[in-house]
Write a protein that binds this ligand. Structure first.
Ligand SMILES: [Zn+2]
Length: 221
């Protein structure tokens, strides 16, 4: 068992604790070497341990471990294949993000935190049955070079260089979906200007500007 295994289990506990998933739905993976570690299929999160994780080599689809990998492993494999910058993926079925996925409506950069962590819109991938290669391709295509994508009628995928950041992407997209819905009850939704979104993302990634100072951490206000 390695530190990476521990981080995957920690992330799994967090998505379960934050109610971003229910039951055994959702999954978490992290890249290592030519392949990636992923949570097993159908195992309750509170029972899952490091030795239950499954290693997948996407080149031949072969897996190593005591259990079958998550049925969504193709989705993870396709994203890792297309995105060498991606080191971790968190897939959740959280309520507000899923509401947008059902309405097939993008989550927009309406607040500064989502502009920082996703860099812009969270698009909805075309529907395909879960577990299929078709869904994997649709999701990777709609994800493009961003780091979150909604799966139509299904849920949310967050990607990042590491697990902590991928989890944060899922948490912030969920929060933003909830905020958008509430804001719509109050009136018109205002999306941040493209140039401001670009600057916020740049500050966040580079640490330049007021976004990542030691005094105010990730707060740009
Ligand atoms: Zn799912």
């Amino acid at each position: 068992m390695t530190a990476l295994h521990g981080q995957i289990i920690k992330t799994v506990r967090e998505i379960s604790r934050d109610k971003l998933v229910l039951g055994t739905w959702g999954n978490v993976s992290a890249r290592e070497g030519k392949g990636f570690w992923i949570t097993p299929s159908g195992m309750p999160y509170d029972q899952m341990t490091e030795s239950d994780l499954v290693y997948i080599n996407p080149a031949d689809g072969k897996f190593t471990g005591r259990w079958k990998p998550s049925s969504e492993w193709r989705l993870h494999a396709e994203i890792y294949r297309r995105r060498p910058d991606c080191g971790a993926i968190v897939h959740t079925h959280s309520i507000y993000a899923t509401a947008f996925a059902v309405a097939r409506t993008a989550v927009l950069p309406v607040t500064e935190d989502i502009a920082q962590v996703t860099g812009g819109r969270v698009e909805v991938a075309d529907y395909a049955l879960s577990g299929t290669q078709e869904l994997a391709v649709n999701a990777a295509k709609a994800l493009g070079d961003r780091n979150a994508v909604l799966l139509a009628g299904h849920g949310l995928v967050g990607t990042a260089a590491d697990l902590q950041e991928a989890l944060k992407v899922c948490q912030i997209v969920e929060k933003t979906a909830q905020v958008m819905l509430l804001a719509r009850l109050l009136g018109e939704i205002h999306v941040l200007e493209e140039e401001d979104v670009r600057r916020l993302r740049h500050f966040y990634l580079t640490g330049y500007g007021p976004g990542r100072g030691e005094d105010n951490n990730e707060n740009i206000n």
